[in-house]
Design a protein around this ligand. Sequence first.
Ligand code: GLP
Length: 264
Amino acid sequence: MENQTIVGQQTKVNTQIFDAPEEGARYVAAKIAAFINKRNSEGLPTVLGLATGNTPIPLYMELVRLHKEEGLSFKKVISFNLDEYYPISPDDVNSYHYFMFKHLFSHIDIDRANVHIPVGTLAEHMINEYCEGYERMIREAGGIDIQILGIGRAGHIGFNEPGSQLNDITRLVTLNPLTISDAAGDFGGAEFVPRKALTMGVRTIMEARKVFLLGWGEKKAEILAKAIEGQVGIEVPASFLQKHKDTEFILDKGAASKLACCKY
Ligand code: GLP
């Protein structure tokens, strides 16, 4: 692992570069496990913000292993997922509900009552109130201790597409055409991808006390270089993380290949 402090346009960004995604995933899982174990020993809950997509799968595999083989208990963990397509049924294989149970929740001892994932089946007139309630639940849980993020090729975190503001909170958004085309394979064609989504806002994410943004492979290299070293602003919402006080970018060498600072 190489720890690089990279100079972004606003601040220095802490970036860890690994040979392979599994190594990066192990590093993040160990940090999460240490935090949960400490909180468990104090009798306190841990609040995790969780992401979907291919990127966090090796992390979830390692957390499941730590639970099964090393006794890591999620009984006192409270989770809030970043986002969900809209509209979508929780039983749909492409829903983030389905994803989270398949890759994580079905394999660990988390209390189902502590799992929160935005609901993709609400009537439109209920959405604003629901989103305010989601924010309130995060606050009442004590705020997010550790937030896991991937990055979309449009520069989104969660579904905060280009144009999202630093002050945005949980809300209904319209998906970017690049996001829709990237999801087309999963849905069997772009025409079947929901046009909208519910997502935590940039502000919701920025309020997390610790953030890990994971990125693997060369296809993420260009957008990661913009997010880490580029101008902070609404064109690349992930760039707002340059202003976050405790964010680590966790990359493999392919994902780091377009950073100006390093040659891989
Ligand atoms: C989706 C999710 C994001 C995720 C992104 C990247 O759009 N809403 O949270 O970061 O996809 O997906 P992947 O990890 O599969 O590249």
